[in-house]
Design a protein around this ligand. Structure first.
Ligand SMILES: *Cc1c(COP(=O)(O)O)cnc(C)c1O
Length: 412
């Protein structure tokens, strides 16, 4: 079937909730992915920060094949070894606490909302404060938590108990707290609205504010976690600049998903004591969460990252990539933001010229990059997002910058 025919039959039977780019992918290997006609792309989206080890990594294939031939699923009515192993791994990386497993980022955040409500219940506290321009998922509570009107429109009335305040503005957060506030939820780096990292001062201030007011502090690490910044959690990377805070600073809970199992669906929440006991027996659940197959995948990913020191690779090549992009001194670029392999390139207002009705500058530019064989992801209206696999090579980064340079020239 031709790509056009494939897309037509796809669109006949798939709900049109995505404005998909017209590319039909067939296979991948590492940082490369090929469409059905054999055109090769350098994949600097990795899903959306999902394929931590790139495509078709042999360690993932082996782990999945082995586990599929042993035990794919066990209900959470019982125990199995791998969920406990993976939880121990997350605890070792995040700090003392306990984990809950689910299947997506939205679901991981849902566990945080329920944790906040349950923890605040007896004191009449239920409200969760989040940041403007945040993104927390597409469920009803997820869009209520998300600080962007576009995801809420048409789905009113919103789930009650969420309010948004400007990001990186500690005083605004302080002013927003009421005696009904149970928790504060922020991303370590805002991923969907243009790649905006939290500052070290903000994180330190939020912790102090939550301690003062008796609130829970949550970090949504769905996109910015999993070693993408060079540390397991982005806040660990951000707080490196304030050595006193790096040792002691902990949120009360963290949501994870996207890159945790290299594309096998998995979400996870880490919760520290004493809140780790709040979601007691019968209070929350999931049929698929923490299944042996997904846990085997995640354990394989952690194993490869540790063996191949991919945290260091993410840090070093992220710095290289950012430096090379800045080095282009392109008049089309307004600002380059981000940490490690989570990089946002904001375009100058008014580009590309001429604009096309109904398209965003980022979307148009991403399409031009497709023609050159580079996959990137729009973030907000005017920012291109680079999220390559953690095992990307220096040569691949240089190749991506070359492609980027050639397209940036066409925007002016
Ligand atoms: C992608 C994302 C989510 C939602 O994850 P899903 O797996 O799509 O439900 C939540 N928060 C952040 C920061 C994300 O990037």
């Amino acid at each position: 079937m031709s790509p056009a025919a494939l897309m037509e039959s796809f669109n006949r039977c798939v709900v049109p909730n995505y404005a998909r780019f017209p590319i039909v992918f067939a296979r991948g290997k590492g940082t490369r992915i090929w469409d059905v006609e054999g055109k090769e792309y350098l994949d600097f989206g990795a899903g959306i920060a999902v394929c931590s080890l790139g495509h078709a990594h042999p360690a993932l294939g082996e782990a999945l094949a082995r586990q599929a031939g042993t035990l794919v699923h066990v209900s959470n009515l019982y125990y199995h070894e791998l969920q406990g192993q993976l939880a121990a791994h997350l605890v070792a990386l995040n700090g003392e606490g306990k984990c809950f497993f689910c299947n997506s980022g939205a679901e991981a955040n849902e566990a945080l909302y329920k944790l906040a409500r349950k923890a605040g219940h007896d004191r009449g506290r239920f409200e969760i404060l989040t940041a403007l321009n945040s993104f927390h998922g597409r469920t009803l509570a997820g869009i209520a938590a998300t600080g962007q009107d576009k995801v809420k429109k048409g789905f009113e009335p919103a789930v009650a108990g969420f309010r948004h305040v400007p990001f990186n503005d500690l005083e605004a957060m302080r002013r927003a707290v009421t005696d009904q506030t149970a928790a504060i939820l922020v991303e370590g780096i805002q991923g969907e609205s243009g790649i905006y990292p939290a500052t070290a001062d903000y994180l330190r201030g939020l912790r102090a504010l939550c301690d003062e007011k008796g609130l829970l502090l949550f970090v949504d690490a769905v996109q910015c976690g999993m070693f993408r910044t060079g540390r397991f959690q982005s806040y660990q990377r951000i707080l490196e600049s304030s050595p006193d805070a790096e040792v002691d600073w902990r949120p009360d809970a963290v949501s994870m998903a996207k890159g945790i199992a290299d594309g096998v669906p998995m979400g996870a929440v880490w919760i520290r004591a004493p809140y780790a006991e709040v979601l007691g027996a019968g209070s929350h659940g999931t049929t698929f969460g923490g299944t042996p197959l997904a846990c085997a995948a995640a354990l394989a990913v952690f194993d490869v990252i540790a063996r191949e020191k991919l945290d260091r690779n993410a840090r070093a090549l992220g710095a290289h990539l950012k430096a090379e992009i800045l080095n282009l001194k392109s008049p089309a670029i307004r600002e380059v933001r981000g940490l490690g392999l989570m990089i946002g390139i904001e375009l100058q207002p008014g580009l590309p010229a001429p604009m096309v009705e109904g398209k965003t500058p980022a979307g148009l530019t991403v399409t031009r990059l497709h023609e050159r064989g580079l996959l990137t992801i729009p973030s907000g209206e005017r920012t291109l997002r680079l999220l390559p696999p953690l095992n990307v090579t220096r040569a691949e980064c240089d190749e991506a910058v070359e492609k980027l340079a050639s397209v940036l020239k066409t925007l002016l």
